[in-house]
Design a protein around this ligand. Structure first.
Ligand SMILES: Cc1cc2nc3c(=O)[nH]c(=O)nc-3n(C[C@H](O)[C@H](O)[C@H](O)COP(=O)(O)OP(=O)(O)OC[C@H]3O[C@@H](n4cnc5c(N)ncnc54)[C@H](O)[C@@H]3O)c2cc1C
Length: 394
């Protein structure tokens, strides 16, 4: 019997498990294959929903479901956090038990870590971690009447569009509340422009200028002193704030750090095409957990999951194909006023500028609803048609 162990049942892990169970249905029924997902949390959170919670006051319940409801028949769920991953001995430890595997996929995501910057955790509100914290952002913004709001981003972090969305939606909310004339909105970013991809920066920057949003570029946070409400940068600049909303630097999951299978802040060294953990052809890493230089986003986790599922299923079927992910991304970026663009590209094609549109905004809203169905894998033919090829077969 072959055993596939997936550590992490978030976006990537769930899509991979469901996709693989479809491809290996007969083998699972005959008892020749077992797919096990280890998930440490009781709720699967649809993280883009944190934008709606923090900047629109949406109710959090719509954006979370128990993992038991999201996995197809044929996938076994262990609601346990993995404690240790041993790539040399092909084993994952949980709750003092050891689980051997034939194939491993690590899909443990990334964690916002404000504590990595002195003073940041005490000084800032964040919407990149829990739903509760996102609700606190909404409470603070709803009560804010006068002064300076700084939205600050640090690297690395998941979802490159989200800081810019936070800026536009903060501006929009202050206008709706009729206090914008008394509120300064500042966006502080380590990049040289308001968005790292120049085609998208060309769209975002004039929109920010039109709305009198100040952009402070090349601002790499060093520390925050909440007593005097000031942020200090590595470049020697300082920025005063009344309300600080931060996208803190992120790190890999604890289990990656503790198992010593990560580099830097716990990112797994991963081949950007085959998605193998480097040096291990029976182990894969997908989604935010990898060190691949690509946006940490749900769509990447999704497309990498589909690619890794093909690779594992073909090996189990005894087919010697290699599946090579092409780095496709396709993330919505909202600019307020019910308009959005899509940040799309591949490893070899940079995202291009485009006109913000209502249609793209509506596509983003519709996707919020489709997410739960998408996890099941049943919408895969539509995604294939819309996104085009996402891997090459060799
Ligand atoms: C505010 C916000 C807005 C976003 N908007 C978008 C967007 O519009 N489009 C987009 O594509 N992406 C967006 N993203 C990013 C997207 O949500 C993530 O990139 C995506 O969820 C990554 O998927 P993943 O499977 O790698 O990790 P996750 O979905 O984070 O899943 C990781 C899972 O691993 C589990 N885990 C961790 N450690 C262990 C362990 N030891 N044992 C067992 N389980 C473990 C966790 O509990 C979690 O369920 C957004 C993110 C945020 C915060």
């Amino acid at each position: 019997m072959k055993r596939v162990v997936i550590v992490g049942g978030g976006t990537g892990g769930t899509i991979l498990a469901n996709n693989l169970s479809g491809k290996l249905r007969k083998e699972i029924e005959r008892g020749q294959v077992e797919i096990i997902v280890l998930e440490g949390s009781e709720s699967h959170i649809y993280q883009p929903g944190n934008i709606d919670i923090a900047f629109r006051g949406a109710e959090p319940e719509a954006f979370r479901r128990p993992p038991t409801k999201l996995l197809r028949r044929g996938v076994k769920l262990l609601q346990q956090p993995a404690k240790h991953i041993d790539l040399e001995n092909r084993a994952v430890t949980f709750d003092e038990k050891k689980l051997n595997y034939d194939y491993l996929v690590v899909a443990t995501g990334s964690v916002a870590a404000p504590e990595a910057v002195p003073g940041l955790a005490e000084a800032s509100l964040i919407f990149h971690r829990s739903q509760e914290e996102a609700m606190r952002v909404w409470e603070a913004l709803s009560a804010f009447k006068r002064g300076r709001i700084v939205i600050l981003t640090a690297l690395p972090h998941k979802c490159p569009p989200s800081p810019v969305e936070a800026v536009f939606l903060t501006d929009e909310l202050m206008r709706k509340r009729g206090v914008r004339q008394d509120v300064e909105v500042i966006y502080a970013t380590p990049y040289t422009r308001a968005y790292p991809a120049h085609g998208i920066a060309d769209v975002v920057e004039p929109e920010m200028e039109k709305r009198e949003i100040t952009v402070q570029t090349l601002f790499n946070i060093d520390r925050v002193d909440h007593q005097v409400r000031r942020i200090y940068s590595l470049e020697g600049e300082e920025l005063a704030y009344d309300l600080l909303i931060a996208i803190p630097p992120h790190r890999g999951a604890d289990v990656v750090v503790k198992s010593e299978i990560g580099v830097d802040e716990g990112w797994i060294p991963t081949d950007k095409h085959t998605l193998n953990i480097k040096g291990h052809d029976d182990a894969y890493a997908i989604g935010d957990a990898t060190n691949i230089p690509i946006s940490k986003s749900g769509v990447v986790a999704h497309l990498e999951a589909v690619t890794a599922a093909e690779a594992i299923a073909s090996q189990i079927h005894g087919i010697s194909n290699t599946y090579l992910y092409n780095g496709r991304i396709n993330c919505p970026l909202e600019l307020g006023g019910h308009r959005a663009v899509f940040v799309s590209g591949t490893y070899t094609r940079q995202p291009e500028g485009q006109k913000p549109s209502l249609t793209k905004y509506l596509m983003k809203r519709i996707f919020n609803r489709l997410y739960w169905t998408m996890l099941s894998g049943s919408l895969e033919p539509i995604f294939k048609m819309y996104l085009g090829p996402t891997y090459e077969v060799k």
